[in-house]
Design a protein. Structure first.
Length: 376
C-alpha cells in the first residue's frame, strides 16, 4: 500500500476486512468520512478522580482500578459534569494490520463546545496515537470544560484516521502543492507562496479586523445549563456565549482560562489528494492553547468548479495563566498536511452533508441561530 492517509473507499474496505469492528453493532455508512471513521460512545462511562495514561505493561482497565468511583449508564442518556474526567469504552475496536497505524482526534463540534477528548489504548503511553498493528479496545477520555453535556450511547465525539507509513509533507512540498492549488485565501484572493508562513507546517492567523461594534468571536459563559449533544440546532447561542468585540487597534485581550471561539483570517482549501491536521499547541504562538479539533478532511474549502475561496477555520482558544493580547493577522496555529493514498470518492462538503463548509461563524451545529449570529 502507498504511504498516506486511507480515503473513504479504503476505509469501507477496512470495515469489510474487519480492521475496524463494532461487536454486536454495525458501522453505519454515515460513520465513514472522506479521511476518517467516527468513533461512538459505548454503553457506560466511568467517572474518574483524575486523568491517567497506561504504560507498556498495563491495560487501560487495569489502570483505572482505584481511579474510577462511579459507573454511569449511557444507554438512555446521562449528563457529564464540568471539569470531571470520564472514561468511555467505545463501540469501535481496532484489528490493524502490521503496516497500518491510526490517529484519533475530536470531531469539530466537540472542540467547539470545549469538550476535551482523547483516545487511550492498552499498553500505550500516548494519547490519540495508535501504533501499527494494534489489536484491541479503544477508550475515550471525556472532560467537559465550559459546559456540562448530555451524551448517549452511539454518539460520536471523536474520529480516527488510518495511516500507512509517514506521508507528512515538508515545507518545500507544501509550496509545490500551493502552486497547483492555492491552500490559503485572503479576501477571496489566493495567498502567494511568497506570503505563506511556513515552519514545519502552514501557519494561520487570527481575524479581528472588524469595527468595535462587530462580533469577531464568542466567549463561553459560566454556569449555563447542560448542552444536549444529541439535539443539534436546539439551543439559543445567547444562553451559552457572550459576543467578543475587538478593541481599537484591531486586537482583543483573552482572559486566562476562559474558552473563546474565533475565526482564522485566511480561508483554507484542502485539495482532494491531501488531508490536514491543526496542531493542538504551538509554543511559538505565545501563552495559548489553540484548536482541540484537529482533522481537516479532503475537500474542506475546496470546490471542483474552482469557484471557492476556501473556508475559514474555527479556532478554539484558551489563554493560560495570564491575560493575553492577540491582534489581527497574528499567527496562532498551524496546519500539517499529509498525502492521501488515493483521492477519496466523497469530499468534505455536500458529498457528506458537512456542517462547516464555507462557515462564517464559529458556533457549533447545536445552536439554531448561528447564521443570524454571523450576520451581526
Amino acid at each position: 500500500m502507498d504511504k498516506g492517509v486511507l480515503p473513504s473507499q479504503q476505509l469501507r474496505d477496512a470495515v469489510l476486512d474487519e480492521w475496524i469492528v463494532a461487536g454486536a453493532w454495525r458501522i453505519p455508512p454515515e460513520s465513514v468520512q472522506p479521511a476518517s471513521i467516527d468513533l461512538r460512545l459505548g454503553e457506560y462511562a466511568w467517572a474518574l478522580r483524575c486523568s491517567f495514561l497506561p504504560d507498556s505493561n498495563s491495560t487501560v482497565e487495569e489502570k483505572i482500578e482505584g481511579l474510577a468511583f462511579e459507573r454511569i449508564d449511557l444507554r438512555d442518556g446521562a449528563t457529564l459534569e464540568r471539569d470531571r474526567p470520564y472514561l468511555v469504552p467505545l463501540i469501535e475496536q481496532l484489528r490493524l494490520p502490521e503496516e497500518i497505524r491510526a490517529k484519533a482526534n475530536p470531531k469539530s463540534s466537540t472542540g467547539r463546545l470545549d469538550v476535551f477528548t482523547r483516545v487511550l489504548t492498552d499498553r500505550n503511553h500516548r494519547f490519540d496515537e495508535i501504533g501499527a498493528g494494534y489489536q484491541g479496545q479503544l477508550y475515550l477520555e471525556v472532560v467537559p470544560r465550559s459546559f456540562a453535556i448530555r451524551v448517549q450511547t452511539g454518539l460520536a465525539l471523536n474520529q480516527v484516521r488510518l495511516i500507512s507509513g509517514d506521508a507528512r509533507l515538508s515545507d518545500e512540498e507544501l509550496l509545490a502543492v500551493s502552486r497547483g492549488c492555492p491552500l490559503l485565501y485572503l479576501d477571496s484572493q489566493p495567498v502567494s507562496e511568497f506570503e505563506l508562513s511556513l515552519a514545519d507546517g502552514l501557519f494561520l492567523s487570527l481575524e479581528v479586523s472588524a469595527d468595535t461594534d462587530s462580533i469577531v468571536g464568542y466567549r463561553a459563559k459560566k454556569n449555563s445549563l447542560p448542552i444536549d449533544l444529541t439535539r443539534p440546532g436546539a439551543l439559543r447561542w445567547q444562553d451559552y456565549w457572550e459576543p467578543v468585540r475587538p478593541e481599537r487597534g484591531r486586537r482583543i485581550v483573552l482572559e486566562p482560562e476562559v474558552f473563546y471561539l474565533l475565526l482564522s483570517a485566511e480561508g483554507v482549501c484542502i485539495p482532494p489528494s491531501y488531508a490536514a491536521e491543526m496542531l493542538a499547541y504551538d509554543p511559538t504562538a505565545g501563552e495559548l492553547r489553540t484548536h482541540y479539533a484537529g482533522f481537516f478532511d479532503p475537500g474542506f474549502g475546496y470546490a471542483r468548479d474552482e469557484r471557492s475561496y476556501g473556508s475559514r477555520a474555527a479556532l478554539e482558544v484558551r489563554a493560560r495563566d495570564v491575560s493575553f493580547m492577540v491582534e489581527h493577522r497574528q499567527p496562532v496555529c498551524k496546519l500539517a498536511f499529509e498525502r492521501m493514498t488515493a483521492d477519496p470518492d466523497v469530499l468534505y462538503g455536500e458529498d457528506v452533508g458537512s456542517n462547516y463548509q464555507g462557515q462564517q461563524t464559529m458556533l457549533s451545529k447545536h445552536f439554531a441561530e448561528q447564521t443570524a449570529a454571523s450576520r451581526h
